[in-house]
Design a protein. Sequence first.
Length: 365
Amino acid sequence: MNRDRFPQLEADLGKLKENLAALQERCKDSFVGIIGVVKGVNAWPEVVRVYDGMGFSYLATSRVDQLKKMRGTGVQTPLMLIRVPMRSELSDVVALADASLQSDPEILRATDAEAKRQGKTHGVLLMIDLGDLREGFWSAEELIDAAVEVEKKLKNLHLLGVGVNLSCYGSIRPDKRNMQGLSSLALEVEQAIGRELRFVSGGASTSTYMVLDGTMPGRVNNLRLGEIGLVGRANYGCDPDFTHRDVFTLRAEVVECRDKPSFPVGQLTVDAFGHVGHYEDRGIRRRALLAVGKVDYGDWADLRPRMEGVEILGASSDHTICDVEAVKDRIKVGDILEFDVNYGSLVNLTNTPGVELVTKEEKAQ
Protein backbone atom coordinates (compact mmCIF):
# COMPACT_ATOMS: atom_id res chain seq x y z
CA MET A 1 0.00 0.00 0.00
CA ASN A 2 1.36 3.42 -0.94
CA ARG A 3 1.38 5.54 2.21
CA ASP A 4 3.06 8.56 0.61
CA ARG A 5 1.26 11.88 0.89
CA PHE A 6 1.63 14.67 -1.62
CA PRO A 7 2.84 17.27 -2.22
CA GLN A 8 6.00 15.88 -0.71
CA LEU A 9 9.48 17.27 -0.17
CA GLU A 10 12.23 14.70 0.24
CA ALA A 11 15.69 15.47 1.66
CA ASP A 12 18.70 13.33 0.79
CA LEU A 13 20.68 13.69 4.01
CA GLY A 14 23.70 11.85 2.58
CA LYS A 15 24.05 14.37 -0.25
CA LEU A 16 23.53 17.24 2.18
CA LYS A 17 26.34 15.98 4.39
CA GLU A 18 28.62 15.67 1.37
CA ASN A 19 27.85 19.26 0.37
CA LEU A 20 28.58 20.59 3.83
CA ALA A 21 31.78 18.57 4.20
CA ALA A 22 33.07 19.74 0.80
CA LEU A 23 32.36 23.39 1.66
CA GLN A 24 33.90 22.98 5.08
CA GLU A 25 37.10 21.54 3.61
CA ARG A 26 37.51 24.32 1.06
CA CYS A 27 36.74 27.06 3.57
CA LYS A 28 39.20 25.54 6.03
CA ASP A 29 41.92 25.68 3.39
CA SER A 30 41.37 29.46 3.31
CA PHE A 31 41.18 29.72 7.14
CA VAL A 32 37.48 30.57 6.96
CA GLY A 33 35.09 29.03 9.48
CA ILE A 34 31.39 28.35 8.92
CA ILE A 35 28.25 29.26 10.80
CA GLY A 36 25.65 26.78 9.54
CA VAL A 37 22.37 28.50 8.66
CA VAL A 38 19.22 26.36 8.76
CA LYS A 39 16.49 28.99 8.31
CA GLY A 40 16.05 27.87 4.69
CA VAL A 41 14.51 24.59 5.87
CA ASN A 42 12.58 25.98 8.85
CA ALA A 43 15.02 24.17 11.18
CA TRP A 44 13.78 20.78 9.89
CA PRO A 45 15.01 18.49 12.73
CA GLU A 46 16.51 15.76 10.55
CA VAL A 47 18.38 18.34 8.50
CA VAL A 48 19.51 20.20 11.62
CA ARG A 49 21.02 16.98 12.98
CA VAL A 50 23.27 16.78 9.93
CA TYR A 51 24.47 20.35 10.54
CA ASP A 52 24.89 19.61 14.24
CA GLY A 53 27.38 16.87 13.44
CA MET A 54 29.64 19.01 11.24
CA GLY A 55 31.54 20.86 13.97
CA PHE A 56 30.42 24.35 12.91
CA SER A 57 31.03 27.18 15.39
CA TYR A 58 27.32 28.01 15.52
CA LEU A 59 24.03 26.92 14.00
CA ALA A 60 21.95 29.90 13.01
CA THR A 61 18.43 30.85 12.09
CA SER A 62 16.34 34.00 11.86
CA ARG A 63 13.28 33.04 13.92
CA VAL A 64 12.77 32.43 17.62
CA ASP A 65 10.31 29.60 16.98
CA GLN A 66 13.04 27.79 15.04
CA LEU A 67 15.46 28.28 17.94
CA LYS A 68 12.86 26.61 20.18
CA LYS A 69 12.56 23.75 17.73
CA MET A 70 16.33 23.20 17.71
CA ARG A 71 16.58 23.32 21.48
CA GLY A 72 13.84 20.70 21.59
CA THR A 73 15.86 18.32 19.42
CA GLY A 74 18.90 18.42 21.70
CA VAL A 75 21.29 20.33 19.43
CA GLN A 76 24.80 20.45 20.87
CA THR A 77 26.22 23.25 18.69
CA PRO A 78 25.80 26.80 20.06
CA LEU A 79 22.88 28.69 18.49
CA MET A 80 22.80 32.13 16.90
CA LEU A 81 19.88 34.37 15.92
CA ILE A 82 20.72 36.04 12.59
CA ARG A 83 17.82 38.46 12.37
CA VAL A 84 18.38 41.55 14.50
CA PRO A 85 16.22 40.83 17.57
CA MET A 86 13.02 42.64 18.43
CA ARG A 87 12.82 44.20 21.88
CA SER A 88 9.62 42.23 22.46
CA GLU A 89 11.38 38.87 22.01
CA LEU A 90 14.59 39.50 23.97
CA SER A 91 13.69 37.21 26.87
CA ASP A 92 13.36 34.29 24.43
CA VAL A 93 16.42 35.34 22.43
CA VAL A 94 18.66 35.30 25.49
CA ALA A 95 17.10 32.09 26.81
CA LEU A 96 17.38 30.19 23.52
CA ALA A 97 20.30 31.68 21.59
CA ASP A 98 23.93 31.83 22.63
CA ALA A 99 24.52 34.80 20.35
CA SER A 100 22.77 37.21 18.02
CA LEU A 101 23.41 39.72 15.25
CA GLN A 102 22.97 43.28 16.53
CA SER A 103 22.87 46.73 14.96
CA ASP A 104 21.20 49.09 17.44
CA PRO A 105 22.67 50.54 20.67
CA GLU A 106 19.32 50.52 22.50
CA ILE A 107 18.72 46.85 21.71
CA LEU A 108 22.28 46.05 22.78
CA ARG A 109 21.62 47.66 26.16
CA ALA A 110 18.27 45.89 26.51
CA THR A 111 19.91 42.57 25.60
CA ASP A 112 22.56 43.16 28.24
CA ALA A 113 19.89 43.87 30.85
CA GLU A 114 17.98 40.72 29.91
CA ALA A 115 21.15 38.62 29.98
CA LYS A 116 21.92 40.00 33.44
CA ARG A 117 18.40 39.13 34.58
CA GLN A 118 18.85 35.57 33.34
CA GLY A 119 22.38 35.26 34.71
CA LYS A 120 23.91 34.69 31.28
CA THR A 121 26.56 36.07 28.96
CA HIS A 122 25.23 36.60 25.45
CA GLY A 123 27.47 36.84 22.39
CA VAL A 124 26.91 39.59 19.83
CA LEU A 125 28.10 40.09 16.27
CA LEU A 126 27.89 43.77 15.33
CA MET A 127 26.62 44.23 11.80
CA ILE A 128 28.00 46.79 9.36
CA ASP A 129 26.03 48.13 6.38
CA LEU A 130 28.39 48.35 3.41
CA GLY A 131 25.78 49.29 0.82
CA ASP A 132 23.11 46.59 0.73
CA LEU A 133 20.95 48.83 2.94
CA ARG A 134 19.48 46.23 5.23
CA GLU A 135 20.74 45.91 8.83
CA GLY A 136 23.99 47.35 10.12
CA PHE A 137 25.78 50.42 11.40
CA TRP A 138 26.27 52.94 8.59
CA SER A 139 28.70 55.17 10.44
CA ALA A 140 32.13 53.78 11.36
CA GLU A 141 32.16 56.06 14.40
CA GLU A 142 28.83 54.68 15.60
CA LEU A 143 30.08 51.12 15.08
CA ILE A 144 33.23 51.73 17.11
CA ASP A 145 31.30 53.49 19.88
CA ALA A 146 28.94 50.50 20.11
CA ALA A 147 31.84 48.04 20.16
CA VAL A 148 33.57 49.93 22.95
CA GLU A 149 30.34 50.11 24.94
CA VAL A 150 29.79 46.37 24.60
CA GLU A 151 33.38 45.63 25.53
CA LYS A 152 33.73 48.05 28.43
CA LYS A 153 30.27 48.64 29.89
CA LEU A 154 27.79 45.91 28.93
CA LYS A 155 29.17 43.19 31.17
CA ASN A 156 26.66 40.51 30.22
CA LEU A 157 27.46 40.78 26.52
CA HIS A 158 30.52 39.38 24.77
CA LEU A 159 31.64 40.97 21.51
CA LEU A 160 32.27 38.06 19.16
CA GLY A 161 33.09 40.16 16.12
CA VAL A 162 31.71 42.16 13.24
CA GLY A 163 29.86 41.07 10.14
CA VAL A 164 28.22 42.23 6.94
CA ASN A 165 25.20 41.21 4.93
CA LEU A 166 25.22 41.64 1.16
CA SER A 167 22.93 40.78 -1.77
CA CYS A 168 19.83 39.98 0.31
CA TYR A 169 18.03 43.29 -0.19
CA GLY A 170 20.08 45.73 -2.24
CA SER A 171 21.52 43.10 -4.62
CA ILE A 172 25.06 44.27 -3.83
CA ARG A 173 27.65 41.72 -4.89
CA PRO A 174 30.33 40.75 -2.37
CA ASP A 175 33.69 41.81 -3.82
CA LYS A 176 37.21 42.81 -2.87
CA ARG A 177 36.21 46.40 -2.21
CA ASN A 178 33.51 45.75 0.36
CA MET A 179 35.37 42.81 1.94
CA GLN A 180 38.45 44.99 2.36
CA GLY A 181 36.17 47.65 3.84
CA LEU A 182 34.91 45.08 6.34
CA SER A 183 38.48 44.08 7.18
CA SER A 184 39.51 47.70 7.75
CA LEU A 185 36.56 48.35 10.05
CA ALA A 186 37.31 45.16 11.97
CA LEU A 187 40.87 46.40 12.52
CA GLU A 188 39.57 49.74 13.79
CA VAL A 189 37.29 47.95 16.24
CA GLU A 190 40.15 45.76 17.45
CA GLN A 191 42.34 48.79 18.00
CA ALA A 192 39.55 50.50 19.94
CA ILE A 193 38.87 47.55 22.27
CA GLY A 194 42.46 46.34 22.54
CA ARG A 195 42.01 42.73 21.45
CA GLU A 196 41.41 40.55 18.40
CA LEU A 197 37.87 39.71 17.34
CA ARG A 198 36.89 36.07 16.99
CA PHE A 199 34.76 36.61 13.88
CA VAL A 200 35.06 38.87 10.89
CA SER A 201 32.03 37.51 9.08
CA GLY A 202 32.01 38.22 5.35
CA GLY A 203 28.40 37.45 4.58
CA ALA A 204 26.43 34.46 3.41
CA SER A 205 26.40 32.00 0.52
CA THR A 206 26.86 34.68 -2.12
CA SER A 207 30.30 35.42 -0.65
CA THR A 208 31.49 31.82 -1.05
CA TYR A 209 32.82 32.35 -4.54
CA MET A 210 35.54 34.60 -3.14
CA VAL A 211 36.82 31.79 -0.95
CA LEU A 212 36.72 29.35 -3.85
CA ASP A 213 38.61 31.63 -6.24
CA GLY A 214 41.08 32.86 -3.63
CA THR A 215 40.06 36.53 -3.63
CA MET A 216 38.71 36.78 -0.06
CA PRO A 217 40.84 39.17 2.04
CA GLY A 218 42.74 37.30 4.71
CA ARG A 219 41.15 39.08 7.67
CA VAL A 220 37.71 37.72 6.79
CA ASN A 221 37.56 34.44 8.67
CA ASN A 222 33.89 33.46 8.74
CA LEU A 223 30.86 32.94 6.48
CA ARG A 224 27.25 32.25 7.42
CA LEU A 225 26.26 29.51 4.96
CA GLY A 226 22.78 28.17 4.27
CA GLU A 227 21.75 28.24 0.61
CA ILE A 228 24.91 26.85 -0.96
CA GLY A 229 24.95 23.79 1.28
CA LEU A 230 21.25 23.09 0.92
CA VAL A 231 20.83 23.49 -2.84
CA GLY A 232 24.46 23.30 -3.97
CA ARG A 233 24.73 26.78 -5.46
CA ALA A 234 24.20 30.46 -4.75
CA ASN A 235 23.19 33.46 -6.79
CA TYR A 236 25.75 35.71 -8.46
CA GLY A 237 27.37 32.88 -10.39
CA CYS A 238 28.56 30.68 -7.53
CA ASP A 239 28.01 27.26 -9.06
CA PRO A 240 30.73 24.94 -7.72
CA ASP A 241 31.27 21.64 -9.48
CA PHE A 242 31.69 19.68 -6.25
CA THR A 243 28.19 20.11 -4.77
CA HIS A 244 24.93 18.23 -5.28
CA ARG A 245 22.07 20.30 -6.73
CA ASP A 246 19.48 17.62 -5.99
CA VAL A 247 19.56 17.37 -2.19
CA PHE A 248 15.81 18.12 -2.17
CA THR A 249 13.08 16.68 -4.38
CA LEU A 250 9.55 18.05 -4.68
CA ARG A 251 6.94 15.47 -5.69
CA ALA A 252 3.45 16.49 -6.83
CA GLU A 253 0.46 14.45 -7.96
CA VAL A 254 -1.32 14.86 -11.30
CA VAL A 255 -5.04 15.45 -10.72
CA GLU A 256 -6.07 16.22 -14.31
CA CYS A 257 -4.48 15.48 -17.68
CA ARG A 258 -6.19 16.35 -20.98
CA ASP A 259 -5.91 18.33 -24.20
CA LYS A 260 -6.88 22.00 -23.95
CA PRO A 261 -6.22 25.26 -25.80
CA SER A 262 -2.94 26.91 -24.88
CA PHE A 263 -4.45 30.41 -24.91
CA PRO A 264 -7.27 31.34 -22.46
CA VAL A 265 -10.71 31.72 -24.03
CA GLY A 266 -12.63 34.92 -23.23
CA GLN A 267 -11.82 38.48 -22.15
CA LEU A 268 -8.46 38.68 -20.39
CA THR A 269 -8.17 40.42 -17.01
CA VAL A 270 -5.84 39.80 -14.04
CA ASP A 271 -5.13 36.49 -12.32
CA ALA A 272 -5.96 35.53 -8.71
CA PHE A 273 -2.98 37.55 -7.46
CA GLY A 274 -3.86 40.66 -9.45
CA HIS A 275 -1.16 40.13 -12.09
CA VAL A 276 -1.55 40.27 -15.86
CA GLY A 277 -0.73 36.88 -17.35
CA HIS A 278 1.31 36.26 -20.51
CA TYR A 279 0.19 33.39 -22.73
CA GLU A 280 1.44 31.94 -26.01
CA ASP A 281 -1.03 30.46 -28.48
CA ARG A 282 0.44 27.09 -29.44
CA GLY A 283 -2.82 25.44 -30.35
CA ILE A 284 -4.31 22.44 -28.57
CA ARG A 285 -1.81 20.92 -26.15
CA ARG A 286 -1.80 18.21 -23.48
CA ARG A 287 -1.84 19.84 -20.04
CA ALA A 288 -1.26 18.24 -16.64
CA LEU A 289 -2.74 19.85 -13.54
CA LEU A 290 -0.79 19.26 -10.31
CA ALA A 291 -2.10 19.54 -6.75
CA VAL A 292 0.54 21.99 -5.57
CA GLY A 293 0.66 25.75 -6.03
CA LYS A 294 2.02 29.15 -5.08
CA VAL A 295 0.80 28.78 -1.50
CA ASP A 296 3.17 25.83 -1.18
CA TYR A 297 6.32 26.95 -2.98
CA GLY A 298 6.01 30.66 -3.82
CA ASP A 299 7.18 31.22 -7.39
CA TRP A 300 6.73 28.44 -9.94
CA ALA A 301 9.81 29.70 -11.78
CA ASP A 302 11.84 28.35 -8.84
CA LEU A 303 10.97 24.77 -9.83
CA ARG A 304 12.71 22.66 -12.47
CA PRO A 305 10.94 19.54 -13.81
CA ARG A 306 13.06 16.39 -13.64
CA MET A 307 11.25 14.71 -16.55
CA GLU A 308 12.46 15.91 -19.93
CA GLY A 309 9.61 17.35 -21.98
CA VAL A 310 7.63 18.70 -19.02
CA GLU A 311 7.26 22.49 -19.08
CA ILE A 312 5.70 24.56 -16.29
CA LEU A 313 3.25 27.08 -17.75
CA GLY A 314 2.15 28.78 -14.55
CA ALA A 315 0.34 28.33 -11.27
CA SER A 316 -2.46 29.52 -9.05
CA SER A 317 -2.71 29.27 -5.27
CA ASP A 318 -3.19 25.51 -5.18
CA HIS A 319 -2.45 24.22 -8.69
CA THR A 320 0.49 24.09 -11.07
CA ILE A 321 -0.16 23.79 -14.82
CA CYS A 322 2.35 21.94 -16.96
CA ASP A 323 2.58 21.43 -20.70
CA VAL A 324 3.25 17.70 -21.20
CA GLU A 325 2.62 17.49 -24.95
CA ALA A 326 6.09 16.07 -25.54
CA VAL A 327 5.50 13.26 -23.03
CA LYS A 328 1.70 12.96 -23.17
CA ASP A 329 1.70 9.17 -23.48
CA ARG A 330 3.78 8.86 -20.32
CA ILE A 331 1.64 10.90 -17.92
CA LYS A 332 -1.82 10.17 -16.50
CA VAL A 333 -3.96 11.16 -13.52
CA GLY A 334 -2.43 9.84 -10.31
CA ASP A 335 1.16 10.01 -11.57
CA ILE A 336 3.81 11.78 -9.50
CA LEU A 337 6.07 14.36 -11.14
CA GLU A 338 9.39 15.35 -9.59
CA PHE A 339 11.05 18.76 -9.45
CA ASP A 340 14.33 20.23 -8.34
CA VAL A 341 13.89 23.26 -6.11
CA ASN A 342 15.96 26.36 -5.49
CA TYR A 343 16.43 28.21 -2.23
CA GLY A 344 13.36 30.42 -2.54
CA SER A 345 10.98 27.52 -3.08
CA LEU A 346 12.73 25.48 -0.36
CA VAL A 347 12.03 28.20 2.22
CA ASN A 348 8.34 28.18 1.31
CA LEU A 349 7.93 24.42 1.08
CA THR A 350 9.42 23.77 4.52
CA ASN A 351 7.16 26.42 6.08
CA THR A 352 3.94 25.06 4.53
CA PRO A 353 1.98 22.64 6.77
CA GLY A 354 0.35 20.94 3.77
CA VAL A 355 3.68 19.73 2.37
CA GLU A 356 4.83 16.33 3.64
CA LEU A 357 8.49 16.40 4.73
CA VAL A 358 10.40 13.13 4.46
CA THR A 359 14.01 12.03 4.17
CA LYS A 360 15.40 9.54 1.71
CA GLU A 361 16.86 7.65 4.62
CA GLU A 362 13.49 7.34 6.37
CA LYS A 363 11.81 6.05 3.21
CA ALA A 364 14.53 3.44 2.74
CA GLN A 365 13.81 1.87 6.13
